[in-house]
Design a protein around this ligand. Sequence first.
Ligand SMILES: NC(=O)c1ccc[n+]([C@@H]2O[C@H](COP(=O)([O-])OP(=O)(O)OC[C@H]3O[C@@H](n4cnc5c(N)ncnc54)[C@H](OP(=O)(O)O)[C@@H]3O)[C@@H](O)[C@H]2O)c1
Length: 264
Amino acid sequence: MIPAITSMKNAFDLTGKNAVITGGNRGLGLGIAVAMAQSGANIAILCRDKAKAAEALDELKQYGGKYMSFDCDITDIKSVRAAANEVVSDFGEVDILVNNAGVSCFNELLNMDEELTDWYNVVNTDLNGTVHVTYEFGKKMRDAGKGGAIINIASNAAFIVNKTQPMSPYSTSKAAVCHFTHCMAVELGKYDIRVNAIAPGFFNTELSKFIPADQYEYINNQMPLHRFGEPIEVGALAVFLASPAAAQITGTVQVTDGGYILSC
Ligand SMILES: NC(=O)c1ccc[n+]([C@@H]2O[C@H](COP(=O)([O-])OP(=O)(O)OC[C@H]3O[C@@H](n4cnc5c(N)ncnc54)[C@H](OP(=O)(O)O)[C@@H]3O)[C@@H](O)[C@H]2O)c1
């Protein structure tokens, strides 16, 4: 059983915890890496872009923990298996896993090519990639016997049909990630592994720079809180879900979108 906190002292502290973050080299993943590093965690980044990974590690080093990156393509289970073995041998046993890596596409189903390239690319990354990483790292966490926390980065697109861009493979994958979170919370609870998801809305990342000005304006106007979020705000929620303060929380999906899904 995971013990309850007895005071708020250190309730959000991750000191000495080893966190693996897929796609931690940029965007929301880097925001999560920074927030967890500032809360005391060691960080292992899994990604493909080595140059971006080196930049992220450079940014993290000021926080004084252990920070490493590992090559991994989450669509390829053999690549994930190799990365999981390397992480455990070179970085250490895993306490926290954040399934953050993801891609999107803006295309209507009937306009896709006959191979459904867009569909399979998104589903293989956002849904199957999350499954591959949970399978390989989940087994390591189970075998280490120390429990832990898994956080899946879904999207508010799991709950709405986005009017500004057609993205059915993305919305469908993220909806499946939310229910995968529920299923894993039940299956992994006996190992003291908590599984939760975060469903972000619109955040200021490199991707959001490409949103046309009129759409940016529309989204801001629809949102009750009238601003795009910052990556560190997703990081703050991830720190909470990984921390002792959340010891009794599993199988939840936390929406952070300035209230967009309530009024879009
Ligand atoms: N930004 C938002 O407003 C927003 C809103 C809702 C949900 N989200 C979700 O938040 C997560 C991060 O989004 P973001 O905006 O930060 O995206 P981003 O800046 O485009 O970064 C995507 C990340 O995913 C990694 N990645 C993609 N495919 C991969 C693969 N096959 N194997 C390994 N890594 C892979 C990339 O690594 P490389 O650099 O190595 O390619 C990169 O680190 C995604 O799951 C996204 O769906 C974002």
